[in-house]
Design a protein around this ligand. Structure first.
Ligand code: COA
Length: 263
């Protein structure tokens, strides 16, 4: 069991906190599994009516741990992978998508990669005014994941989605709110206070009406699952390309990646 994921339950509110601040809360396989387990166990816990997902330090999460991308891309094809089968990332995503109780994201800072795509599977998203978002998959030689290749174009339109995916630039909280990633922005020092007040309001509402509303509003499951499978296959294949290996090596060596030799 990893100590990087905290799971606190009080007054019908579960707070899952990603607690690996020195690595900007980058997510390892153990952390994905711990979040998945926390979410799953909350579904049958009558003392939980709403989940708050947040980070520690100055980050929500800087996305998948890049060191684990390297391990995955070096594994023989078909072996342990973060994006296939019952591996940690799919387990995390499945648990988040299956949660029948509302999940509120409190984006307290950097939300990179899955830090942004997971927001599409949360029910309410609040960000601090210091939050920064980005979808840098292409920069890493990879492709969008977590259903984001479908969900984000649906939300922001195709051209804007292409800008976010292809350029991979960071964007700030006001832009995220304007595009629909975020419900509301709060000053950093008030974010958790505001989010916990909203969570308390939700927890006081009729629980089955809340759950049924969530079920009715959910995206078309079959279409989304097909997209997630195709993304997962492509993502894994891309991680094994020399382009992606150059991107990961460049990150480790703290230099700009050089893709000039690739076709
Ligand atoms: N995986 C593993 N380690 C990560 C990480 C990640 N995704 N993101 C940050 N870290 C680590 C850094 O390696 C560094 O570790 P060190 O202190 O041992 O060298 C530490 O977290 C602090 O990061 P640093 O880069 O020094 O902070 P910064 O404020 O200059 O930049 C980021 C923060 C998030 C913009 C930058 O670290 C980054 O771009 N990370 C990669 C994000 C990413 O591409 N995620 C994958 C998405 S699919």
């Amino acid at each position: 069991m990893t100590t990087y994921i905290e799971d606190q339950r009080e007054s019908y509110i579960q707070t899952i906190r990603i607690n690996r601040a020195d690595k900007k809360n980058a997510l390892t396989p153990e952390m994905y599994l711990a979040i998945a387990e926390a979410l799953r166990s909350a579904q049958s816990d009558k003392k939980v009516r709403v989940t708050v997902l947040t980070g520690s330090g100055d980050s929500f999460t800087a996305g998948n741990d890049i060191g684990d991308f390297v391990t995955t891309s070096n594994a023989p094809k078909g072996e342990k992978s973060i994006t296939q089968g019952q591996a940690p990332f799919p387990a995390f995503l499945a648990a988040l998508m299956a949660a029948d109780k509302p999940v509120i994201a409190a984006v307290n800072g950097l939300a990179i990669g899955v830090g942004t795509t997971m927001l599409m599977h949360c029910d309410l998203v609040y960000a601090s005014d210091t939050a920064r978002f980005s979808l840098p998959f292409v920069n890493l030689g990879a492709v969008p994941e977590a259903g984001s290749s479908v969900l984000i174009p649906n939300m922001v339109g195709r051209m804007r989605a292409m800008e976010l995916f292809l350029l991979g630039d960071q964007f700030k909280a006001p832009q995220a709110k304007q595009m629909g990633f975020v419900n509301e922005i709060f000053p950093a020092d008030q974010l958790m206070h505001e989010v916990m007040a909203i969570a308390a309001r939700l927890a006081a509402k009729p629980p089955s009406a809340v759950r049924e509303t969530k079920r009715l509003v959910r995206e078309n499951g079959a279409l989304l699952e097909k997209a997630i499978r195709e993304e997962g296959r492509t993502f894994d294949a891309q991680l094994r390309t020399p382009e992606s290996k150059e991107a990961m090596k460049a990150f480790a060596e703290r230099r700009a990646a050089d893709f000039s030799r690739f076709d």
